[in-house]
Design a protein around this ligand. Structure first.
Ligand code: SF4
Ligand code: SF4
Length: 378
């Protein structure tokens, strides 16, 4: 077995499958993997109890006999404005919200799993002896970002995300944990890429909810992504206004990052904003008519007025399903409460009727959010 060319072969194969970058790292207990327990002890993980899984600090406990991790990176930066580039709405326009860029298209778990499966199939053809391989994309007790750093794919920025000098941070990470003994992409005497954040603190200053306790440390309980996706109950009052129009996640600390200014654009159809035409089949972001609904700056009335059955149907292959119907309607009500609706306008009248209806919902979280929104627009 020619170890060096084997790793090169894997990297090339990953690229031919469509990944933008690939690296290999030993399945080791890197020091950053142990930092989560202290972070959780400070309460910063909120209700995300799954993060306490002790296997997260040791890849070999996830796959006994695991020797190597193949880390793959897939760019999702489609050609659309950043959340920080959208123009403010006036009080005559239909209020619109913001969905995080990664969630505009097809569920990335599925997209990456398809590609990782292809890579594992290729490994099985290439390596004749028996070996085990398990793939993860935010789906197991694996800290992909840390492994990616040690595979030479970037540095962990002050916004806590992996940054790549060429690609910025709009990418997904998928890993294959394997019992194959593969030489790491970085030689024993090579360090991971240097931290290029320097004196910059744009992400820290731009965060609307001051979620960064200090550079490189985020209190997830304050992060809009956590509040709009992970949190199941009502959004704490102190954050409701700062959340603005965000209805699923937040991109601000990536949108302001200088390393994303020149990040390459991808044309992958899977990640383009989905459009739900009024009549025809679902499509991606072409020829949007005034009747169609898009996940790029979606109409808040559309989201808030959606039934649970419609939500299930529309988002069954979308990352948005994670927040569940009541979470999305709660978030849409919150955003309506933050919109610039003016009494006497048609949009205000319509939104009021909708919110009155939701205020009588049997779902306490929805009813309470709708009442809060009504109190803000009346
Ligand atoms: S995602 Fe938004 S709320 Fe969360 S840390 Fe970044 S800027 Fe702050
Ligand atoms: S905005 Fe600046 S400090 Fe924050 S991650 Fe990007 S380069 Fe680093």
């Amino acid at each position: 077995m020619n170890y060096v060319s084997d790793t090169q072969w894997i990297v090339e194969r990953a690229k031919s499958i469509g990944f933008d970058r690939c690296g290999v790292v030993r399945a080791e207990k890197f020091p950053e993997l142990a930092q989560t327990s202290e972070w959780l002890a400070r309460g910063y993980g909120g209700e995300m109890k799954y993060l306490a899984d002790p296997r997260r600090s040791d890849p070999q406990s996830v796959l006994p006999g695991g020797r190597s991790v193949i880390v793959c990176l897939l760019n999702y930066n489609t050609a659309h404005p950043l959340s920080t580039e959208t123009k403010p709405q006036n009080d005559q326009e239909e209020p619109r919200g913001w969905i995080s860029r990664y969630a505009w298209g097809r569920d990335y778990h599925d997209v990456l799993r398809d590609r990782l499966d292809q890579l594992v199939d290729s490994l099985r053809e290439h390596f004749t002896g028996p070996f085990e391989a398990r793939s993860y994309t935010d789906t197991g007790p694996v800290q992909e970002r840390v492994l990616a750093k040690h595979a030479g794919l970037g540095w962990l920025g002050k916004n806590t995300l992996l940054l790549n000098e060429t690609l910025g941070s709009f990418f997904f990470l998928g890993v294959i944990l394997t019992t194959l003994e593969l030489p790491p992409s970085l030689a024993a005497n090579e360090l991971p890429p240097p931290d290029l954040c320097g004196n910059c603190r744009q992400c820290l200053d731009a965060c609307p909810t001051q979620a960064f306790v200090e550079p490189y440390v985020m209190d997830a309980r304050r992060c809009i992504s956590y509040l709009t996706i992970e949190l199941r109950q009502g959004i704490p009052e102190e954050f409701r206004e700062s959340i603005g129009g965000h209805v699923f996640g937040c991109d601000i600390c990536q949108d302001v990052c200088p390393w994303n200014r020149r990040a390459p654009i991808v044309a992958l159809e899977e990640f383009r904003p989905r459009v739900f035409p009024s009549q025809d089949e679902e499509q991606t972001d072409v020829s949007l008519s005034s009747e169609d609904e898009s996940l790029l700056q979606p109409r808040l009335e559309w989201l808030a007025g959606m039934s649970e059955a419609e939500f299930r149907e529309m988002f069954r292959d979308s990352p948005i399903k994670r927040t569940k119907w009541r979470g999305l309607v709660r978030n849409a009500c919150n955003a309506l409460g933050n919109s610039k609706l003016r009494r006497g306008t048609k949009v205000h009248a319509r939104a009021s009727v909708l919110l009155e209806r939701l205020a009588a919902s049997a779902e306490p979280v929805i009813a309470e959010s709708a009442r809060w929104a009504l109190s803000r627009i009346q």
